[in-house]
Design a protein around this ligand. Structure first.
Ligand SMILES: O=C(CO)[C@H](O)[C@H](O)COP(=O)(O)O
Ligand SMILES: [Co+2]
Length: 228
């Protein structure tokens, strides 16, 4: 599979979301960070904004729910128009049931892990998911420094995906930039979220192209990607 670059609108101007979506035309997905000020100490947006954003852009929406009680809320984000919905493992009461419900409603189902949450605890759930998100910062804020201690976890996750013969995607989110994306790709990530590295650039669309080139080259040179 080709690498995917998903700009995070957390670093965009929230008063101009339609224009900010247009500014990254060519990106694979728009990454939308939903925070409830309980699961993380920050508050962003909810279902009505996602419904409006869905009407404002053709780029599919990749929802990252940093909220408590995703079992209750995630299905509403599918109905609002999300193409992919990621819930946190630490917050979900019944992750398999939730993943099945997201898929049944027509979106891709994905699960995120905070930095201290081990992937091994969730190995048996991987076949129920379309993507796993390895956080490379503590969730809650954009613009944080990439945690390179997460690279072994990305590698182990890629090994588990290969061992089980799964086609699922491996997303990384947090501090992904021109100076860190190649290490993520080499370790096994194939979907890259970038907020400040895209919306902090003079030309966000050019930043997406640059990240895509770097990730594509690093993936081609990575041992895990043989036959990928
Ligand atoms: O989920 C997130 C934060 O919890 C954001 O998606 C992420 O931080 C993107 O911002 P940046 O690329 O600037 O780190
Ligand atoms: Co995110």
């Amino acid at each position: 599979m080709a690498v995917q670059i998903n700009p995070s609108i957390l670093s965009a101007d929230f008063a101009r979301l339609a224009e900010e979506a247009e500014a990254v035309k060519g990106a694979d997905w728009l990454h939308v960070d939903v925070m409830d000020n309980h699961f993380v100490p920050n508050l962003t947006l909810g279902v009505p904004v996602v419904e409006s954003l869905r009407r404002a852009t053709d780029t599919p929406l990749d929802l990252h729910l940093m909220i408590e009680d995703p079992d209750r809320w995630a299905p509403q984000y599918v109905e609002a128009g999300a193409g992919s919905v990621t819930f946190h493992a630490e917050a979900a009461a019944a992750p398999v049931r939730l993943a099945r419900e997201i898929r049944a409603k027509g979106a891709r189902a994905s699960m995120a892990l905070r930095p201290a949450t081990p992937i091994e605890a969730y190995e048996d759930l991987l076949p129920e998911l379309d993507m796993v998100l390895i956080m490379t910062v503590e969730p809650g804020f954009g613009g944080q420094a990439f945690l390179d201690v997460m690279l072994p976890k990305i590698r182990r996750t890629r090994e588990l995906i290969s061992r089980h013969g799964l086609q699922m995607w491996l997303q990384v989110d947090g501090g992904v930039s021109a100076s860190t994306i190649e290490r993520c790709a080499e370790a096994g990530a194939d979907v890259f979220v970038a907020g400040s590295a895209v919306y902090g650039a003079d030309d966000p669309a050019e930043a997406v192209r640059g990240l895509r080139e770097q990730a594509t080259a690093a993936t081609a040179a990575a041992p895990w990607a043989c036959g990928h």
